[in-house]
Design a protein around this ligand. Structure first.
Ligand code: ASN
Length: 596
């Protein structure tokens, strides 16, 4: 009976009182964990004196009663509450992909209407994500819609080297009302955060997942409240959830995730309008102002017959204020096609491309707070694309799919000519070909696949990505190459294994180090299971493997299934070298932060 339960909770059963009263499930499925941070917003509001205001301590209990957002029977059958030891744990019904999403809700006090949010609140969210990063597969932030685009933009910059999905959502109508958009928004955000490794700060609303720093709120009275005017959605949740992987931003990094909460508050937004006085502009640009987003006309234009105005702008940039040129238009980019645009370059403004004002403002706040950068370095950073917030210059774009000889040959033999069919073939062929190339360490073959526009991060029929294969084979250079291309260290194959698990199993120490440096970590369940493995390695005095497990982040104090630790086992069988090694590495402790 024990064996029929979810494997990660088997061990805990003996002390679970509810177990005897329910039928156990027959086929354990994969589980993902998502942390929901409830900051407030309409989604959890109720009417008080005829106005909407957040209601504390109500959301978890009402979600628990909604079968689409919580499966109580499964929770009982798998001793969910017992295992997670917290009454804010919920679990979704089985997804189409045969996954269970277990989620914890961390509710802030006080809950805020997002109009009351400040940069301190962004910092708090960032720190909570950082603290819980290794314990969850993804994060959902419940947030009011009014300033959601600002928070999403700010978090996108604050979250450096992000490898997991962070999805903001909320609603226009409270979840407690009969007709509401909160249930669908929360459900969609949870399903995506738990099932897809999209390493971005995103915003999910009305069946669409957007890049967080590309959105703006465009409608106060519609469920379709957000728009991402210059970038198509990252995913759509219609009959199926379809991820637009070509658009997903990749961090191209071998550095661990961290959150930078330093933000400069001396920034502002100034919108040009016909007849604006030089005095208004001058007043706005006075110290302590350090960074301004100037919302200009059309493709980044301002009057070129107003020397008084231009002089104020020039004075400010000369004195070190960074002024970004962003358009007032909802869609489109700043360019230099008009004389009325060129005058702003002469005044020292930086072109903001197609950034939204929300993104440009929070980017300024983030960049200006960097203490180790001088003014020129900050200006350079402002004009660079840091998190996919602005579109790249398309000059020198990658090879067109139809240019690829390989695909041409296949297309010819299959009598295919249209672009969509070609893309379908490429996408079907890429994963197994890329994995085969990774197996033999063939970077050139991977490079050729990349030139065809292939995504080298996708998994094959077993969910194994090229990074899994390269890690198994110990191809350090290739692992580096794939990480630089944005391959995710959090991909799980059908057995639930990550590239880190593979590198540990096949004892590739350097690969383990590189993956760890990039932020790879064992899951909570793997850390739980590690004790037994460590005991068996200790019994055979396998120092090499013990070292690799330690490098991979295993807790050397973790007892095995019978309660003995590895050092006790090594002592009992007289493996003194192992005893010495383990004693030295005993302080490598791990704990789950949420709930501490
Ligand atoms: N005023 C609300 C807020 O931003 C609006 C909403 O969530 N729909 O918190």
């Amino acid at each position: 009976r024990n064996a029929q339960l979810h494997p990660c909770r088997r061990r805990k059963l003996s002390s679970c009182s509810s177990f005897e009263h329910v039928e156990p499930i027959t086929s354990p499925c994969a589980e993902a964990r998502v942390l929901v941070i409830n900051t407030g917003g309409t989604i959890g509001m109720t009417l008080h004196d005829d106005v909407l205001a957040p209601k504390a301590n109500a959301l978890v209990n009402s979600l628990r009663k909604l079968p689409i957002l919580h499966d109580e029977l499964y929770a009982q059958q798998t001793c969910l509450y017992h295992y997670y030891g917290s009454d804010n744990t919920l679990v979704l019904p089985l997804s189409k992909n045969n996954k269970r999403i277990v989620y914890n809700i961390l509710e802030y006090n006080p809950l805020l209407d997002s109009s009351n949010m400040t940069t301190d609140d962004w910092g708090r969210i960032g720190k909570d994500i950082e603290r819980n990063y290794e314990s969850y597969d993804g994060f959902v932030i419940l947030h009011g819609t009014d300033t959601m685009a600002y928070t999403a933009s700010a978090l996108s910059f604050m979250c450096e080297h992000l490898g997991k999905p962070i999805i903001l959502t909320g609603s226009q109508v409270p979840i407690y009302e009969m007709r509401n958009d909160g249930r669908d928004n929360l459900l969609g955000a949870l399903l995506i955060a738990g099932q897809f490794v999209i390493p971005e700060v995103c915003l999910y609303f009305y069946n669409k997942l957007y890049r967080g720093n590309r959105v703006t709120k465009v409608d106060a009275g519609s469920f379709n409240a957000f728009s991402s005017p210059n970038l198509p959605p990252l995913a759509t949740a219609e009959v199926d959830i379809t991820i637009n992987w070509d658009t997903v931003w990749r961090a191209n990094t071998t550095t661990k995730f961290q959150v930078s909460t330093d933000l400069n508050r001396n920034v502002g937004l100034l919108r040009l309008f016909p007849g604006i006085t030089a005095d208004t502009v001058k007043a706005f640009l006075q110290p302590p102002m350090e960074g301004v987003v100037l919302e200009t006309y059309g493709s980044g234009n301002a009057p070129d017959n107003r020397p008084d105005l231009l002089e104020q702008l020039k004075r400010a940039t000369d004195s070190g204020v960074i002024i970004m040129n962003c358009t007032q238009c909802l869609r489109g980019t700043v360019s230099t096609s008009y004389a009325t645009g060129k005058v702003l370059i002469d005044a020292g403004l930086i072109a903001g491309g197609d950034m939204t004002p929300e993104a440009a403002l929070s980017k300024l706040s983030y960049v200006l707070a960097k203490k180790n950068l001088d003014l020129n370095a900050k200006k350079k950073m402002m004009s660079q694309n840091l998190r996919g917030e602005m579109s790249a210059d398309l000059a020198g774009a990658k090879l067109c799919l139809t240019d690829s000889r390989f695909i041409q040959v296949i297309a010819k033999s299959l009598s295919i000519s249209c672009k969509e069919e070609l893309e379908a073939i490429r996408d079907a062929l890429t994963p197994p070909l890329a994995c085969a190339a990774a197996k033999i360490g063939d970077i050139e073959a991977l490079e050729a696949l990349k030139e065809m526009g292939s995504n080298l991060c996708l998994g094959d029929y077993d969910g194994r990505t090229p990074l899994h294969v390269a890690a198994s084979e110990g191809h350090l250079k290739l692992v580096q190459y794939l990480l630089r291309l944005g391959a995710t260290v959090y991909a799980k194959d059908r057995y639930g294994d990550t590239p880190l698990c593979n590198a540990v199993r096949f004892r590739h120490k350097e690969v383990v180090k590189l993956l760890r440096q990039t932020g790879a970590h064992f899951s909570r369940d793997e850390l739980e299971e590690a004790g037994t493995e460590l005991c068996s390695l200790a019994a055979s005095g396998d120092l090499e493997a013990l070292e690799i497990w330690s490098l991979a982040g295993a807790d050397m104090n973790k007892p095995g299934y019978d309660g003995h630790t590895a050092v006790q086992v090594a002592q009992a069988v007289g493996k003194m070298e192992a005893v010495a090694f383990l004693a030295k590495h005993m302080n490598n402790k791990h704990k789950t932060v949420f709930g501490d």
